[in-house]
Design a protein around this ligand. Structure first.
Ligand code: PDD
Length: 288
């Protein structure tokens, strides 16, 4: 079965999918996106992702391209047409096609593009050994809460991390705090057992995986603290990990080449990954 993309009302072969050159997403990155994990053919945390899409659209005064309920149906159709069992579904909404002019166009209709991608779960080796991160300056704008298509600082940070042999960049702001990763949220576990992540607000993207994990962990006897932490605190922490829709919960065992938590995933990180995966399994059971 060939890959199928959705472009403004049409299901088209992925290789031939096109948008207009005056789409404002192409010209200005004037749009937003979502990435929703799919496991066993089920969308994980679909409603929170759609809520966040609505938030991003609202902050930028971009209209929904189709009604929410219609979008839910198109997402399912895309999974079926692509035979997507495990991976991600990507959807982006732009302000639409209009002659290039910075001001909002008077009449443009929002564009909707959707693609799917198969992904394997992280390898046993990654789960056993964790990943490395490299610190990079956080040079982004002050509305990181909007899931904007405009990702140049994130791309530059991820590339620099990649060239440094790391899996992810951890972004450090002017005050020395680790805000988040280039496409993941950043967490540490302190020696006293506190699970720490940067507070939700305009400084980070409020990750859906982050939010789910906070809710799941709160129902257990785990101590969660939303506060900033420095790079030095992270390097000296008992454990570190990252979260995202594609990675779920991944142990971080090296920061800038320095070993964290003895170089192996710690017990709290393992427990949180198990709690998260169990919640995904529960969503799959509920959907079937
Ligand atoms: N990235 N922080 C940033 C800057 C992100 O781009 C992402 C998601 C996250 C994690 O959010 P969530 O748990 O909702 O996936 C945090 C997606 C996966 C991407 O850009 O591909």
């Amino acid at each position: 079965m060939g890959r199928v993309a959705y472009v403004n009302g049409r299901y088209v072969p992925h290789d031939h999918a096109q948008v207009h050159i005056e789409d404002r997403g192409y010209q200005f990155a004037d749009g937003v996106y979502e990435v929703v994990p799919v496991v066993d053919g089920v969308l994980v945390d679909e409603e929170p992702h759609l809520d966040r899409l609505g938030y991003s659209l609202g902050e930028l005064r971009i209209a929904w391209p189709v009604r929410r309920q219609v979008l839910r149906l198109i997402l399912r159709e895309m999974m079926a047409r692509n035979g997507l069992e495990r991976g991600i579904i990507y959807f982006q909404v732009t302000r639409g096609v209009a002659p290039r002019d910075h001001k909002f166009p008077a009449k443009a209709k929002s564009s909707l593009v959707i693609t799917t991608k198969r992904l394997k779960p992280p390898s046993a080796a990654i789960l056993e050994n964790g990943v490395a991160v490299s610190s990079q300056p956080d040079i982004r704008w002050e509305r990181c809460d909007i899931k904007s298509l405009s990702l140049l600082p994130n791309i530059l940070a991820k590339q620099a991390a990649h060239e440094a042999g790391a899996f992810e960049a951890w972004l450090v702001d002017e005050a020395g705090a680790v805000t988040e990763g280039s496409s993941t949220n950043a967490w540490i576990v302190t020696h006293s057992g506190e699970i720490v992540t940067y507070p939700k607000g305009q400084g980070i993207l409020g990750g859906i995986t982050r939010q789910s994990l906070l809710q799941l962990a709160a129902t257990r006897n785990l101590r969660l603290v939303e506060r900033s932490f420095t790079l030095d605190e992270a390097k000296a922490a008992a454990e570190a990990f990252l979260t995202s829709s594609s990675a779920f919960v991944l142990p971080v065992t090296r920061i800038d080449g320095e070993v964290v938590g003895g170089g192996k995933p710690g017990p709290v990180t393992r427990q949180l990954r198990e709690i998260y995966v169990a919640n995904v399994d529960a969503q799959i059971r509920a959907a079937k």
